[in-house]
Design a protein around this ligand. Structure first.
Ligand SMILES: [Zn+2]
Length: 109
């Protein structure tokens, strides 16, 4: 079923996006580390694969992934025969907010 494949693709892209974000964070920590000698191996790798690790490339990659996720969400929204349920999320200890989402495609409606 195409819906399942769209969902798998969307979930995989979200994991990919989060992994790229983590790579950016680790790179930032290494760049800001005052003890440069301690990270010789990783600094060499970042230098060797400079094109991949560049801030611009990681940013473009993230933006492309977000675009694809957004298009997949639109396609899911159009093709899914939604089964909407209402759930409540805690916003404060004493306050809940209702949210409606589809149990098939997980889109918030
Ligand atoms: Zn749905």
């Amino acid at each position: 079923m195409e819906l399942d494949k769209l969902l798998k693709m969307k979930n995989s892209l979200e994991i990919f996006k989060s992994a790229i974000n983590e790579v950016s964070n680790v790179k930032c920590v290494i760049n800001n580390d005052t003890d440069k000698n301690e990270n010789g191996n990783i600094t060499d790798l970042i230098r060797k694969y400079n094109a991949f690790f560049s801030d611009n490339f990681l940013l473009y990659l993230t933006q492309d992934i977000e675009k694809i996720i957004s298009e997949i969400t639109n396609k899911l929204n159009i093709t899914c025969e939604h089964e909407v349920i209402t759930d409540y999320i805690d916003v404060f200890p004493d306050r809940c907010l209702p949210i409606k989402y589809c149990t098939k495609c997980n889109i918030t409606l």
